[in-house]
Ligand binder design. Structure first.
Ligand SMILES: *Cc1c(COP(=O)(O)O)cnc(C)c1O
Length: 364
């Protein structure tokens, strides 16, 4: 017995490195926060109005525990079955945690990729399971590397598609090959946090795979293209048996009244989302081209951010320090095994031009 005799958490928890969010920068002056992949366009005005309208009596009463208006808005937009949608009230992070909580325990293994989203190892370790890292090639997930790590103990595979922080994606053909190679008791979680931004023809977030299988779940978020990161809403599209499991273990009122209203309105404002896609499709290639011209290597991205590679970690840090001094906040990605890289979110036109101007000045 150690001298400390307080409550002892599950064994895996001691090994967790708490998630470190993107920096916010100074609270005064004009700040370009390009560190968390938030939408430069903010939320739809309709979502804002719906959110504000909940400020009266709705604050005193419990929200609809079935999240009906939100699930119906999502189902209508994508042609989905309402009963197979489960919403998360602290973003899709909640759903990733719930899935791990439901399907992992001590002795199990769960696979994620080398530069995969850092919520996965946290969710895995929280449930005393073993995280298995599949190498990436050219900063891209590799189906063969994932499948070669499946053992009889494997219970889950987490794949962000597109991935954060690399911005790369697997084609739907590759995702289907991954699914076909997995035993049916392994749950494949397709995290489509950036799916709305992808305009490539060979990409699919996974809806048809969810509908045609019993072991695929797709998670989505309102934090990125919908501009509602502060409200914290996500959703999962699941086979019926998995929706049933999530509905048993989630908090009974896990999505707040304001989140239900804002999310439903945001989902219905198709024009606004189209404008956000158009903004990204214009500025992502522009940033990529301008930064490449400066001799900085950029990983081709289909999301709303870019991964820039410098010669050394010291150089990446120096660039970050230089930009921060000018109130331009990027994301260091050392925790993702990328100490020599920086991640830049696509911003407003003003922010994008400011970044390129500052980088140009630095590289001189
Ligand atoms: C931002 C992000 C999420 C979404 O997080 P929320 O909890 O919904 O805000 C999920 N997965 C990845 C890969 C992300 O980058």
């Amino acid at each position: 017995m150690s001298a400390f005799s307080g409550p002892v958490p599950k064994a895996g928890i001691a090994g967790i490195h708490a998630y470190v969010p993107g920096k916010s920068g100074p609270k005064t002056g004009k700040v370009f926060k390009l560190s968390s992949n938030e939408s430069p366009l903010g939320p739809s005005p309709k979502a804002l109005a719906a959110y504000a309208a909940t400020a009266g009596q709705a604050l005193a009463t419990y929200p609809d525990g079935q999240a009906k208006i939100l699930r119906e808005a999502i189902a209508a937009r994508y042609g989905l079955k309402v009963e197979n949608i489960v919403c998360g009230g602290t973003g899709s992070d909640e759903l990733l945690q719930l899935l791990a909580h439901a399907y992992l325990q001590n002795g199990d293994e769960a696979i994620y990729t080398q530069h995969g989203f850092l919520v996965y190892p946290i969710a895995i370790a929280t449930n005393d399971a073993l995280g298995i890292v599949a190498p990436e090639h050219d900063f891209k997930a590799d189906v063969g590397e994932i499948l070669s790590r499946v053992t009889p103990n494997t219970k889950m595979v987490f794949l962000a598609n597109p991935n954060n922080p690399t911005g790369t994606y697997l084609t739907f053909a590759e995702v289907k090959r991954l699914h076909q190679g997995l035993p049916s008791q392994v749950l494949l979680v397709l995290d489509g946090a950036y799916a709305e931004y992808v305009i490539a023809n060979d990409y699919e977030a996974g809806i048809t795979l969810v509908e045609s299988s019993t072991n695929v779940v797709m998670t989505r978020t309102f934090s990125k293209i919908y501009g509602l990161a502060g409200v914290r809403i996500g959703w999962a599209y699941c086979p019926p048996a998995i929706a049933d499991v999530l509905n048993r273990i989630r908090g009974p009122f896990n999505v707040s009244a304001a989140a239900l209203a804002a999310g439903a309105a945001a989902m219905q404002d198709v024009e606004f989302i189209d404008a956000a896609v158009a903004h990204n499709s214009k500025w992502l290639p522009w940033l990529s081209a301008e930064i490449s011209k400066l001799g900085v290597k950029v990983t081709p991205s289909v999301a709303n951010f870019l991964l820039m590679h410098f010669e050394t970690a010291e150089k990446a840090e120096a660039v970050d320090t230089y930009l921060t001094a000018q109130n331009i906040i990027l994301r260091r990605v050392t925790a993702y095994g990328l100490p020599q890289a920086l991640r830049l979110s696509v911003g407003t036109e003003e922010a994008n031009r400011a970044v390129v101007a500052a980088l140009t000045e630095f590289m001189k």
